[in-house]
Design a protein around this ligand. Structure first.
Ligand code: NAG
Ligand code: NAG
Ligand code: NAG
Length: 405
């Protein structure tokens, strides 16, 4: 198992880059590779230079799978904005299915999930995009030699695959038993990760496209928040207690209320690390400031918010939709949750996404072993204390100015 953050600074050797994890998985592939993705742009096009080299390498490896006798299946969101990569992979023998959720849930496939040989898998924030490997800060988890969990991930993939194979907008009356969840919050898989006993389960959103027994992603996040005893550290790109794509917008307090309750009624320390870039939604900041208000002397709830800005050179600033912290995970004093969704309503009610909970609470940790929780905590604290994170203050009116910066 390895947590794979793409770092703004040098990474400790114990953590792999996402590109390395993907290349490792592709190297291991012996019979099948299944990828669920929002989109594919592994090659830089007009930005092609040394910074898209990792993406191009991944692309070439994917293209070469067929000649190794490995079947490649891709379930990608439809409509694709750029279909060059998937067309070229299809021409090289990949089976590609476009998954159009518009008529089904009104959302998109925002999932980023790999399953290799039904034995290894990857899940995380990184898109199949060259920028995710060199220009955007991401966090993902790759797990090797763990068939039960990989088979469960393959069932989530199988669900997209079947929607992609059906006629547009139709869902079966029920999901076949072969797609039912193999792990859930009620029945987590019990296995060892890096030698340490763990209870692990996958979650998915939205509920309309979850097979029997699958834990709902939002309920999972709420249960992890509810389970925390001393701290909740959250790194998300966007945090909005709102619906985003509805007319009119709705207030959506589910996660927001849970965090307020954790800090103000249970005395849990809450830290939110949210992204600042030129596309940050302006409405996000007053909502975050409303959390900070709870720290006033009358209440003293322990909630803090920092904005993370990825540094850019003038050259890097020219790359669109890059240089941002895109990671989406939460670590508490007990568990770690790694997801693919922004924290706003539509990501849980319409958009397809996945999450993973690793619970090693109470497990014996031998010398030289580390829980995923402690690795994630270390990662969060490094970013939280870094020069790229700045404290949000209550009276700041122009927190993260729009436009180039
Ligand atoms: C790879 O696949 C072949 C044929 O399916 C099989 O005989 C072999 O044992 C597999 N190797 C591994 C390492 O799984
Ligand atoms: C983690 O495991 C402990 C011990 O089994 C359990 O009590 C707790 O509910 C679990 N937490 C989560 C968030 O699943
Ligand atoms: C949420 O995340 C996606 C990519 O993960 C990003 O492109 C989008 O702008 C984010 N925010 C909103 C408001 O949807």
């Amino acid at each position: 198992v390895s947590l794979s953050p793409l770092l703004a600074q040098g990474s400790p050797p114990s953590r792999q880059s996402i590109a390395d994890s993907w290349l490792r998985l592709l190297d291991k592939a012996n019979s099948s590779v299944q990828i669920a993705a929002f989109y594919f742009t592994l090659r830089g096009g007009k930005f092609a230079d040394s910074s898209d080299s990792q993406g191009r390498l991944v692309f070439e490896q994917l293209k070469g799978l067929k000649s190794k006798g490995v079947k490649l299946q891709i379930a990608v969101n439809a409509p694709q904005t750029s279909s060059e990569d998937t067309a070229e992979l299809a021409a090289a023998g990949a089976e590609v299915r476009e998954v159009d959720l518009q008529a089904v849930t009104g959302g998109i496939v925002h999932t980023k999930l790999w399953v290799v040989d039904q034995k290894h898998f990857y899940l995380g924030s990184a898109n199949m995009d060259w920028r995710s490997l060199s220009q955007v800060k991401e966090v993902g988890l790759s797990v090797e030699d763990c068939s039960c969990l990989a088979q469960d991930a393959a069932r989530i993939f199988g669900l997209y695959w079947s929607i992609g194979g059906a006629s547009k907008g139709s869902l079966p009356p029920y999901w076949p038993a072969r797609l039912s969840a193999l792990s859930s919050s009620q029945n987590p898989l019990r296995l060892k990760l890096n030698g340490v006993p763990a209870q692990v389960y996958l979650s998915s959103a939205p509920p309309q496209i979850s097979a029997r027994g699958r834990s709902d992603d939002l309920s999972t996040i709420l249960s992890v928040i509810g389970d925390a005893r001393s701290f909740i550290h959250i790194s998300v790109m966007d945090y909005l207690p709102l619906s985003q794509y509805t007319e009119p917008l709705r207030f959506w307090p589910a996660i927001d209320s849970a965090l307020r309750a954790a800090a103000c009624t249970r005395g849990v320390q809450v830290r939110l690390l949210v992204s600042c870039w030129k596309h940050s939604p302006a409405a996000m900041f007053p909502f975050l400031q409303s959390l900070l208000v709870l720290g006033s002397p009358q209440l003293k709830c322990d909630i803090n918010v920092k904005m993370f800005t990825v540094a850019s050179t003038a050259e890097q600033m020219k790359i669109p939709f890059a240089r941002v912290n895109h990671a989406k995970y939460m670590v508490t004093d007990r568990v770690v949750y790694i997801g693919t969704s922004n924290w706003s309503e539509n990501y849980f009610t319409q958009t397809a996404g996945v999450g993973l909970v690793v619970n090693q609470t109470g497990s014996v940790v031998e010398r030289g072993q580390e829980t995923l929780q402690s690795q994630a905590e270390e990662l969060f604290l490094r970013d939280w204390m870094s020069q790229y994170a700045s404290r949000l203050s209550l009276d700041d009116m122009d927190v993260c100015p729009r436009g180039p910066h």
